[in-house]
Design a protein around this ligand. Structure first.
Ligand code: CA
Length: 485
């Protein structure tokens, strides 16, 4: 500093230097009205597998408490009926088909082309640039090469796994079940992802307990460490995705469920609900409940066609489909004292709305070049705006044949590969009565909307990955799942 300046000027220069200095945390006192943000994502959870949607055999008191103290989005959607593209939409606030992220990425650590395109701006980048501490915990699934890792996409802290899922137990190499998994992985690269090391930032570190517990611990730790500054936490459980694994301490809570698979699934769900309860308690204990906007949703519907005994009832269809069962998910937001408590918002809303809502309430600056498809939901759920947030919502998917759908108002037109079907979701949520033949005008109107939207999209940048033997052979090294010394 120039010591020849008068004392007052020196003080001003010092203050300006501090103000301009990069990397200084924006302490809570400097922006006390900026809420923390926690996004909790479940994986493959069925619409009907949560208490607030009518689940009877699995209690989810903590997830239900978010609905009781917040807003339940009764027509809450994700932008894709499968894992990775749904996350790409959530993370960018944009229909991911516009930038080619339409399929799951193969797990290819040396391929810098297969992952969330690097020209897309993530919510984490925006939050980090707004001075938030940013942390990702759990499943990533947006690219396995280092350029796509969470730390390269806006998260300053990361604990989790990069692929589409993970085994839940900290197996040792000699465990018989682990050996079976390894055999399976050597034949099926998609399962091989589930045995990759758990990472902390860019280092493999392993894990020592049931995965869902480990992820909840990390979330608690992140909140505790950052309680005095604004933070953004993305907690992406792999629960309740396959494989079907839960320890007795959770499974034994459900002696009345006769079906063994459903009982284990109930244990997995209950563990996640406990973990969410611990996150809520940590916020409460630190008096952050009314300073934290919390979202909970599933990334897509339940895969009822697999070994996973999920329930999407009363919805038709499942993961990979544009019927409601694939895209209409449990979806809630809580921000005590700011969102109306215990309310139900009926207008169609979508995961793409989270980015702009979060940016608006945190005053985070979205770069001008970013064209968000979502909208800030806050004025809608508080009743300031009574029109629907969206004129229409759109889907396109080709993970199970070429499919598309569009919803405008209560009408939904969809094509799952044969001919268009039209449903009035107000009276027919289970999509049982096809009105296409009797309402040609509505079909034509919605078809036109779809065609105009579809014309703006590009072809997928990569195909759906197929199970192969080639991907990992020669490069994968199977090690203990447990953390080292
Ligand atoms: Ca999923």
């Amino acid at each position: 500093m120039n010591t020849r300046l008068p004392l007052r000027s020196r003080w001003i220069a010092l203050l300006m230097a501090l103000w301009m200095a990069p990397g200084i945390p924006h302490a809570r006192a400097a922006g006390s009205d900026r809420p923390n943000v926690v996004i909790i994502l479940a994986d493959d959870m069925g619409y009907g597998d949560v208490g607030f949607n009518g689940c009877k055999d699995i209690a989810t008191p903590n997830i239900d408490s978010l609905a009781a103290h917040g807003v339940r989005f009764a027509n809450g959607y994700v932008s894709q009926p499968l894992c990775s593209p749904s996350r790409a939409g959530l993370m960018t606030g944009r229909y991911e088909e516009q930038f080619g992220h339409e399929n799951n990425p193969a797990y290819l650590p040396n391929d810098d082309k297969i992952g969330l395109p690097l020209d897309q701006v993530t919510l984490a980048q925006v939050m980090r640039d707004a001075g938030y501490a940013t942390g990702a915990v759990g499943k990533w699934h947006l690219g396995a090469a280092p350029c796509f890792w969470p730390n390269a996409r806006g998260f300053t802290e990361y604990f989790g796994f990069l692929g589409g899922g993970h085994v839940y137990m900290p197996y040792k190499k000699g465990d018989p079940l682990y050996q079976e998994y390894v055999k399976h992985a050597l034949k099926n690269s998609l399962f091989g992802e589930y045995l990759r090391p758990v990472m902390r930032n860019d280092k493999p570190v392993g894990f020592n307990e049931y995965m869902t517990d480990a992820l909840a611990n990390e979330a608690e730790s992140f909140i505790t460490r950052h309680k005095s500054e604004p933070f953004f936490l993305y907690l992406a459980f792999n629960a309740v995705h396959s494989p079907l694994e839960a320890p007795d301490k959770y499974v034994s809570r459900f002696p009345d469920i006769a079906d063994k698979r459903r009982r284990t699934y109930a244990g997995m769900t209950s563990a996640m609900d406990d973990g969410i309860g611990r996150v809520l308690k940590t916020l409460r204990d630190n008096r952050l409940e009314d300073k934290t906007l919390i979202w909970f949703m599933s990334d897509n519907g339940g895969p009822v066609y697999t070994e996973m005994p999920t329930h999407n009832a009363p919805l038709r269809g499942y993961k990979h489909q544009v019927y409601e069962g694939g895209i209409h998910v449990p979806f809630v937001a809580q921000w005590r004292g700011h969102l109306p408590e215990g309310t139900v918002y009926e207008q169609p809303s979508i995961s793409l709305d989270i980015f702009p809502t979060v940016a608006a309430v945190t005053a985070a600056k979205v770069p001008e070049k970013v064209k968000l498809d979502g909208v800030n939901l806050l004025p809608y759920v508080t009743g300031k705006i009574s029109t629907p947030p969206h004129d229409a919502l759109y889907w396109r998917n080709r993970s199970a044949g070429y499919q598309w759908a569009v919803r405008q108002g209560d009408y939904k037109l969809l094509d799952v590969g044969n001919t268009v079907q039209l449903y009035d979701l107000k009276d027919d949520l289970p999509e049982a009565k096809d009105l296409a033949a009797s309402m040609p005008d509505v079909v034509a109107r919605l078809q036109k909307l779809h065609d105009a939207w579809n014309a703006k999209l590009i072809e997928p940048l990569w195909p759906m990955p197929k199970p192969t033997k080639e991907v990992f052979l020669g490069s994968i090294e199977f090690t203990d799942m447990e953390a080292g010394e």
